[in-house]
Design a protein. Structure first.
Length: 395
């Protein structure tokens, strides 16, 4: 029986790969998981009551694009947060933002660009759904280094002209997963100008936008509005997983130009997985409320400060601007993760598992990703063990 070849070069996904690396070895202490970006702060207290009040909604087919009330709540949040006015037909609720990041490529990537195979750009390292979306569409994924030398954001403008002329879509995550770098207003503006010059769309993965230390990260829709960019150039993707500590709700949204959204909505009508009505009700309440977001952000701020104190003086440590990961420099990410597990019981993710080899180099190989999602005391214990094991700088 034949199988498709387009996915034949996919590596094992990061977490099965991590289990294969670690699980045949005993832990060197009580297990502390700092691998997956699964928020563990309290979820909003209104979730349970709203679900209970709307259980009968599970007996009904939900609207594909989102209820009018949910779309209005999202539009109101975008207006408050970014000063951008969106109509209902510029928004669609998502059954988890990963779904949207994939299906937007299915809906919007052309079969050819400039008469040739289209290109989809993505930072390296990156959220792995970007690559699968490119391969599913028969596009050429181009992995662009996002390293310390580039401010941990990809330098798309530095690519050869023939690559840019074939580019159909450019993914950009800001705040970046895993490095926590934030695309500035100027960065977004320059990328929008580049997209206009070479006629491609930008998929802005802004799922970590509400977890920041000082100033709120700029958003692509606001920058596009300010510079008068074509609304069809940019789509933004947001999630309640990180913002509201609701990863199991599988709820987010995509927003962009009317024409782009019409094609994404059309695909959903044929092949979609709309959010159940009770989930849409909870999502509406979450987008309408900021108190729980502010409280959660304060908890992350405490852990940012904790990490800064624990790693103070360690060469190469860089405090993240936003998001909830540390991107720590080590000699070899796999060796460091295995040593840490065997000697302390702390689990972290090798950076190479989030990257691709390009010309024999993997920009994540000399890093580990550490998620600051656990309660403060557990985070402090894990970070201290990590520091003492890998950097030898105990108190």
């Amino acid at each position: 029986m034949a199988f498709p070849e387009r996915f034949s070069n996919l590596p094992e996904y990061a977490f099965p790969r991590l289990r294969a690396l670690l699980d045949s070895h005993p832990a060197g202490g009580e297990a502390i998981s700092m691998t997956i970006g699964e928020p563990r702060h309290p979820m909003p207290d209104f979730v349970g009551p709203i679900l209970a009040q709307n259980l009968d909604g599970f007996a009904k087919y939900p609207p594909n694009d989102g209820t009018p009330e949910l779309l209005a709540a999202i539009a109101a949040w975008v207006q408050r947060r970014y000063g951008v006015t969106l109509s209902a037909n510029q928004i669609m609720a998502l059954n988890g933002t990963r779904e949207g990041l994939f299906n937007a490529s299915v809906a919007l990537c052309p079969e050819s660009k400039a008469g040739k195979r289209p290109v989809i750009l993505m930072p390296n390292p990156f959220y792995q759904v970007y690559a699968v979306a490119a391969l599913a569409m028969g596009a050429e994924p181009v992995y662009v280094p996002a390293t310390a030398a580039t401010g941990f954001l990809p330098d798309y403008a530095g690519l050869p002209r023939d690559i840019l002329d074939r580019t159909a879509i450019a993914y950009l995550c800001s705040p970046a997963n895993p490095q926590g770098a934030v695309a500035s207003t100027d960065y977004w503006a320059d990328l929008l100008v580049l997209a206009e010059k070479h006629d491609f769309r930008i998929f802005a993965d802004e799922c970590y936008a509400e977890i920041y230390r000082n100033a709120p990260p700029p958003g692509i829709l606001a920058v596009a509005q300010t510079i008068g960019a074509d609304p069809e150039r940019a789509l933004t993707f947001h999630s309640l997983s990180k913002r509201s500590n609701l990863p199991g709700l599988r709820s987010g949204f995509v927003a962009g130009g009317v024409q782009s959204m019409a094609r994404i909505r059309q695909l959903r009508a044929f092949a979609g997985a709309p959010l159940p009505l009770p989930i849409q009700k909870v999502s509406q309440a979450a987008w309408e409320d900021e108190a729980h977001v502010t409280a959660s952000r304060a908890l992350y701020a405490e852990k940012f400060d904790l990490a800064d104190r624990i790693f103070s003086g360690i060469q190469g440590y860089q405090s993240p601007e936003a998001g909830f990961f540390l991107w720590l420099s080590v000699q070899d990410g796999e060796d460091a993760a295995l040593k840490l597990w065997q000697e302390t019981g702390v689990r972290v993710l090798p950076g190479a598992y989030l990257s691709r080899d390009v010309a024999g180099e993997n920009p994540g190989a000399g890093y580990i990703r550490v998620a600051l999602v656990a309660p403060k005391e557990e985070t402090q214990r894990g970070l201290t063990l990590l520091r003492d094991c890998l950097y030898g700088q105990g108190d």
